[in-house]
Write a protein that binds this ligand. Structure first.
Ligand code: ASP
Length: 339
């Protein structure tokens, strides 16, 4: 990405500190619209979200359309092209939340290209928050979503075949190769060919000052069949409070659920913490619970507040997120880390 290259050049000249520290220079001004999202795929997703936000559109539409780009990518770690569960099936989880605390979620959803849009329909067309498994799929089909073929992408097939050799059931640490020079989004893989992360979380504030968020994932690669992580769970993988701010999570979902991670980040911002410090405190809480085992996992949080300040924090080096607040400002930020 051109913008990313420019940003990297500025950083190497020591001129990028403003971007790394977030919007902290003038506490009275509000930066809006703004959208942030997890990992490198966030650049393309933010660009799609910005098409909505830049024209004065609603944050809810932006966070749906943004992550749909990632879901549609067959060459990615999110959506139907992603890694399957250990039985060889891709199962998708997603949620969405708006400025009025309306929320919708789908989990363990198979053969549907855009789980985030199904989550939005759950929010808008049912009295419920969450639909799962065959019920979620049935609802999606009734709503006119196409049932896609049950077929692994070429990349996922290769990864799965590789994984089957050992069939070792062990959670992976999510690490983005931030040193690699990238001119377009290329999902980073481990040496053994496995994707290193499986989620995009996005939070945005529109020109009217309203907040929304979305989160969508294929979940942990080669997970047990039926396993859900944090991503479709309101309060864990995503939380929005229009009075305060919005947060989303990525990484080891079980440990995000344990602390109601995204809700915690928003509540810490309510107490006056900046987005970055709120994310840091949430990460510290996980580290306290996990003790020495914290170094075996990765969790990253990102957040924005009503002033349009943004921030992120993770357990260990290797997490990054994309920030966009103007036509020519869509850039990666390396998450600060504790271990
Ligand atoms: N949080 C997701 C999960 O646990 C995985 C990820 O963020 O990579 O399902």
């Amino acid at each position: 990405m051109l913008q990313r290259r420019k940003f990297l050049q500025l950083s190497s000249l020591g001129l990028g500190a403003f971007s790394f520290s977030g919007f902290t220079k003038d506490k009275t001004a509000t930066r809006k619209p703004i959208v942030i999202s997890t990992w490198d795929a966030g650049i393309a997703a933010n660009a799609a979200a910005w098409k909505v936000l830049g024209k004065g559109g609603r944050a809810l539409d932006a966070v749906e359309q943004g992550v749909m780009v990632t879901e549609a990518s067959q060459n990615c770690c999110v959506g139907l092209g992603a890694n399957p569960d250990r039985d060889g099936f891709v199962t998708l989880d997603s949620c969405i939340m708006d400025e009025n605390a309306n929320c919708g979620s789908v989990a363990f959803l198979e053969r549907i290209k855009h789980p985030v849009s199904v989550a939005r329909r759950v929010m808008e067309k049912t009295p419920h928050v969450m639909l799962v498994g065959s019920g979620a799929q049935q609802f999606a089909v009734e709503e006119g979503f196409t049932l896609e073929p049950q077929k692994l992408s070429d990349d996922a097939k290769k990864s799965y075949e590789q994984w089957l050799k050992k069939s070792e059931y062990k959670p992976m640490i999510n690490i983005e190769n931030t040193n690699k020079k990238q001119t377009a989004f290329v999902p980073t893989k481990f040496d053994n060919g496995e994707w290193n992360h499986d989620t995009i979380g996005m939070v945005a504030m529109d020109a009217a000052g309203n907040l929304s968020g979305s989160c969508t994932t294929s979940g942990m690669g080669f997970k047990m069949r039926g396993r859900l992580g944090d991503s479709p769970i309101i309060g864990a993988g995503l939380f929005v409070d229009n009075e305060v701010g919005a947060a989303t999570a990525t990484g080891q979902g079980e440990d995000v659920i344990r602390i109601c991670g995204s809700h915690l980040v928003v509540e810490l911002m309510r107490q006056g913490l900046s987005p970055e410090n709120a994310c840091k405190k949430a990460v510290e809480r996980i580290i306290k619970i996990k003790g020495a085992k914290a170094k075996e996992i990765q969790v990253g949080f990102i957040a924005i507040n009503k002033q349009g300040e943004y921030g992120g924090y993770c357990i260990q080096k290797g997490f990054n997120f994309a920030v966009c607040y103007a036509d020519d400002k869509n850039f990666m930020v390396d998450g600060k880390y504790i271990i």
